[in-house]
Design a protein around this ligand. Structure first.
Ligand SMILES: Cc1ncc(COP(=O)(O)O)c(C=O)c1O
Length: 398
């Protein structure tokens, strides 16, 4: 097909850079690029037992079509889990999705016409940009600060801009690892009410806090129907399940469900039923605690390696949960260039340069490093290699 026949959306989606995140595996590359969980902690045997039990003894027809709402016992489990965390919702407000990623697509599909405005954190999750860009919005980039996006700037912009929604990852943000403060959460909800926009709360790392205090979800703080929130089993169970959930008011959810019908009819019943069986037969909280401990150790290894090897002029964040650490270099360093020209081909180490994490692709001196999926040895070796490559760049760019 000739490219001029493609829809206009392809121009934006073909430039997101999301394909670089998870290259085909090889034996030499150390990757801090993709947000891959530690695969040693997938509860493989327990999930195998659950799949077998559901297939051989299940009474809810796991191989049949069902409907787009999702498996009732799983929605009930999630409703109770959220209630324990301070979010009260009805079963009619929960939709099972194929990962949080599908939720991003469905919400954009629900709300965006071409050139509608969306406020996003800058930097932001690359998959958010990939999902939204297909609907050709105009982005308002709101800079990230250590306690969440700059809500004062957002407020200023809202006096002259109408936005359809604001997209945020409030906990252990992808890519910075920052957490939005309680004060900013409350202010954001007040702004959503005043200026009539939806807050799209994407929260897949919520249960992976390994230091500090949990903060209430935006969904829990809102009593006015302005928040759509997304959760996921990807980071706390396994991403191969492709299972997540979306929470919204019943009227929004009805429309979203119709869009899901048109997209994939439903989230696979067998996956929903096997995960429910897993949740019934295993101590899920104990599993999270193991993950939290593991990721704290990974974070510590990466922090220690960076402290040891990083040349002066660079800084990095110290996340209290999640998968990501944010590396900030001097303004005149181009980490994307360095990655493509040197670190990937010669040192065989990967990370995500900041360029593609900004809608305008105008910040090149930062990088996202994922500590979650690599072993301690890989972390130490990979960071050493990256830092050795950074040192001449710094001298060169003086
Ligand atoms: C912030 C954020 N949202 C959504 C996703 C996609 O998650 P899922 O696997 O549930 O689709 C990710 C995955 O890395 C993520 O970091």
């Amino acid at each position: 097909m000739m490219t001029k026949e493609f829809a206009t959306r392809i121009q934006a989606t073909s430039q997101t850079g999301i394909e670089d995140l998870i290259p085909d595996p090889d034996d030499v590359t150390i990757s801090f690029a993709g947000g891959l969980p530690d695969e040693h902690l997938f509860p493989q045997a327990e999930l195998a037992t659950s799949f077998q039990r559901v297939l051989l003894k299940g009474t809810d027809n796991p191989l049949q079509y069902h409907n787009a709402k999702g498996y009732l016992p799983l929605r009930t489990y999630l409703q109770q889990m959220m209630a324990a965390e301070g979010t009260t919702v009805t079963l009619e407000q929960i939709l099972l999705t194929q990962g949080a990623q599908q939720g991003l697509d469905l919400v954009a599909k629900l709300l965006l016409n071409k050139h509608d405005k969306v406020a996003i954190e800058a930097p932001t999750y690359i998959g958010g940009l990939a999902a939204f860009s297909a609907y050709e919005p105009d982005y308002l980039e709101i800079p990230m600060q250590a306690d969440g996006l700059d809500v004062d700037l957002l407020e200023q912009l809202l006096t002259t801009n109408t936005i359809k929604f604001l997209y945020t990852v409030p906990n252990f943000q992808n890519p910075t690892g920052f957490v939005m403060s309680l004060a900013k959460r409350k202010k954001l909800i007040a702004l959503a009410k005043k200026y009539h926009f939806i807050i799209l709360e994407d929260d897949p790392y919520r249960h992976l806090r390994f230091a500090g205090e949990d903060l209430p979800a935006l969904q829990a703080l809102d009593n006015s129907g302005h928040v759509i929130s997304l959760g996921s089993f990807s980071k706390i169970l396994a991403p191969g399940l492709r299972l997540g959930w979306l929470v919204a008011t019943p009227d929004l959810l009805t429309e979203i469900r119709l869009l899901k019908d048109g997209s994939d009819l439903e989230t696979p019943a067998i996956i929903q039923q096997a995960v429910t069986d897993y949740l019934v037969h295993n101590d899920f909280q104990a599993h999270w605690q193991k993950l939290q401990q593991d990721y704290r150790e990974h974070r510590d290894w990466m922090s220690a390696a960076l402290t040891k090897y990083l040349p002066s002029g660079y800084q990095f964040s110290h996340p209290e949960g999640g998968f990501f650490l944010w590396l900030m270099g001097p303004n005149n360093v181009n980490l994307e260039h360095l990655l493509r020209e040197k670190i990937a081909p010669e040192n065989h180490v990967l990370f995500v340069p900041s360029t593609n994490l900004y809608a305008r692709k105008n910040v090149c001196n930062c990088a996202r490093l994922s500590y979650a999926g690599a072993t301690h040895e890989q972390i130490d070796r990979g960071i050493q290699l990256i830092c050795a490559a950074l040192t001449p760049e710094l001298e060169f760019s003086k």
